[in-house]
Design a binder for this molecule. Sequence first.
Ligand code: HXC
Length: 516
Amino acid sequence: MSNNEKLQEFKEVRAKMLKGGGEDRIKAQHDKGKLTARERITGLMDEGSFIESQAYIQGRTTEFGMDKKRFPGDGVVTGSGKINGKQVFLSSQDFTVLGGSLGEMHAEKIAEAQSLALKNGTPFIQVNDSGGARIQEGILALNGYAKIFRNNTLSSGVIPQFSVILGPCAGGAVYSPAITDFVFMIDNTSHMYITGPDVIKAVTGEIISHEDLGGSIAHCAKSGVAHFRFGSEIECFDFIRKLMGYLPSNNMEQPPVVDAGDSAERKNPAIMSIIPDEPKKPYDVRDIISEVFDPESFLEVHKDFAQSVVVGFAKLNGRTVGLFANQPKHMAASLDINSSDKGARFIRFCDAFNIPVISLVDVPGYLPGISQEHGGIIRHGAKLLYAIAEATVPKIALIMRKSYGGSMIAMSSKSLGYDRVIAYPTAEIAVMGAEGAANVISRAEINNADNPDAKRTEKINEFKQQFMNPYVAAGYGLVDDIIDPEYTRIELIRALELNIRKKEDRPAKKHGNIPL
Ligand code: HXC
């Protein structure tokens, strides 16, 4: 064969490799409104930055006629590229090749990309679009999943890991995304479940569609498995590129500092008109966030799940912070099982990646109820306390209105580990609300009074007068300062700057035992 013939052969092999499962299957992929594995990489990465690994790898199983079904690349594209200049490693499953199913060599490629991401200290992004374990490769496929799960676990807390679900993700395959930090889904396209509608119908008799069972709303709003949902793949990629700008590449680096596009001296005169005079009246804590933090910088995480807390990344004077805020607009901001999980997981991500946490506090307590008690509010609520106490990043609390009981400890206690606690003059910091307190400590006096209702009101007002303010807590040193809400941005920037070099050690241990 002449050199020219060899070059020609190379071009043909390469063209075949780049086409994945071929033109017809690419068309079928597009007809479903989905991009191909390579188009997705183009959408995510800086132009021309992608360097591919193991591009020609092939399956080696011969059973079930698989020796006749060999595709260079084996149904997944892996390698490294840049997102806004930041190096990342990535895998992108190719549904046009054997339905993106995961065989032995396919898994080897993903596992190698994961290992390189870990060794290089770069984020890892896995794009999932797969029918699951390649059935013809049987337990070799299962073995491949095990390698991937293990790598996900070893990378956890060392490099950020994103799972972008852009098609089916079924069976045990769902557990890799579930181990990673953030799961992204597309409406009417992404489906995650351990068993699909057919199996469920056969086993339990329940009838449900793919979308209702494992679509983006099911997982973003109900199960909490996924964190973000989008109308299209392109919207999702744009968001991922933006989010990457808030995070360090690994746990040894600090998050990027950007130009704030805002003054550090800007006052917030609007705050007192956002928080109603009536303590039980709801408001949207997102209005406080957009008033105080750098403009348009808030990226909400888990927006549709456990909405009595709002969590997400924002920039404060150009620095990344993790916000953990009570949401009076939802369930009066009570902490329940799901919001405790949501808060704890987010705080642990922030702590792992050196992102200071700011809590915005207006919380009446943990949610009472039989279903909460029997569902394990004690165990789940304990997670939140554990996550805060364990975190060594700077932690700042701003008490805006209510901060009662156990939830006061989770959201704002210096003794649990908050480094600086500031409060508005409207703050009410107490062991419980005035009505509940008066009913307990003055029960006999109220019951024995000539006019019990009038006595109850008197006792409630007495309790309010004495305890429902920030001054008692400040008098005990449990609040560092009481501030004029107009100075919120200025005071939070000061609090952040004075704690930004914070170092805190923990006793040596293998790992803690967070109540799961
Ligand atoms: C081998 C597979 C496959 C698989 C799909 N294909 N899934 N090949 N192993 N797991 C092949 C199909 O045979 C077909 O090939 C091609 O991919 C496209 O699939 P279609 O069915 O035509 O596509 P679509 O109609 O879009 O349906 C997609 C799908 C469906 C919903 C994902 O293919 C499906 O239900 N697949 C099986 C899903 C499943 O049961 N997975 C669990 C495997 S066990 P041809 O050549 O015919 O076009 C598992 C356990 C893992 O995952 C445990 C890990 C711990």
